[in-house]
Design a protein around this ligand. Structure first.
Ligand code: OGA
Ligand code: MN
Length: 210
């Protein structure tokens, strides 16, 4: 993997592009300003306290089935214009989308993202970020919001790589994990404390399922 120690957004996005082309995934620590990361974590907690995060199904449609055996997180989708920190995050991800399109010709058209809160003990079993009836999700993007996370608290995102090996990524505040949605089976391991993230997808043009 490339070692990226630059500080500016363009350089980090260049790293993501190289990593995706080479290995299909990229991890960037300290991806955005710590103050913005903190504001996003606060917003997530505020929404959770207000009861706005709901138990996740396995799809976005009204037909989504709550599947406790598969995933135990609570989510709320982001919409533009509700919160300044969220809008800043969406603007950064739009810049990432445009850069990936220019470099890799992915034809990414939009970005959808949700806050996710995993209560202690919750997990998301091994899966691919694609629906059987909808292949628009091309690039998965997970941004973590957990200050002072310790390895013994668990909660890693485990990537199952093509060579049969695994790579565990801890959900440290400020870390951004990006991977090709169609190629990368992954799972979320249970943690001993609450685990917060913004999980999203850069999507290609395509027909929405009915
Ligand atoms: C997902 C997912 C990973 C994470 O929501 O599809 O895999 O680390 N999330 O929260
Ligand atoms: Mn996933």
């Amino acid at each position: 993997m490339n070692t990226c120690s630059f500080n500016d957004l363009n350089a980090r996005v260049a790293c993501i592009i190289d990593d995706l082309a080479e290995q299909g995934w990229s991890l960037q620590t300290h991806f955005i300003a710590p103050t913005l990361t903190l504001e996003l974590a606060e917003e997530c907690r505020k929404r959770a306290a207000a009861g706005l995060l709901v138990q996740a199904g396995v799809g976005r449609s009204a037909l989504a089935v709550i599947s406790e055996g598969l995933r135990g997180d609570h989510i709320q989708w982001l919409d533009a214009g509700q919160n300044a920190a969220c809008d800043q995050y969406l603007a950064v991800m739009d810049a990432v989308r445009q850069a990936l399109n220019q470099a890799l010709y992915l034809g990414l058209e939009d970005f959808e993202s949700h806050f996710a809160l995993y209560p202690p003990g919750a997990y998301y079993k091994k899966h691919l970020d694609r629906f059987r009836d909808d292949d628009r999700r091309a690039v998965s993007v997970v941004f973590y919001l957990n200050e002072d996370w310790r390895a013994e608290e668990g909660g890693a995102l485990r990537l199952h790589l093509a060579d049969g090996s695994c790579r565990d990524v801890l959900p440290h505040a400020g870390s951004l994990l990006v991977f090709l949605s169609a190629d990368m089976p992954h799972e979320v391991l249970p943690a001993t404390r609450e685990r917060l993230s913004l999980t999203g997808w850069l999507r290609r043009r395509g027909a929405a399922p009915f």
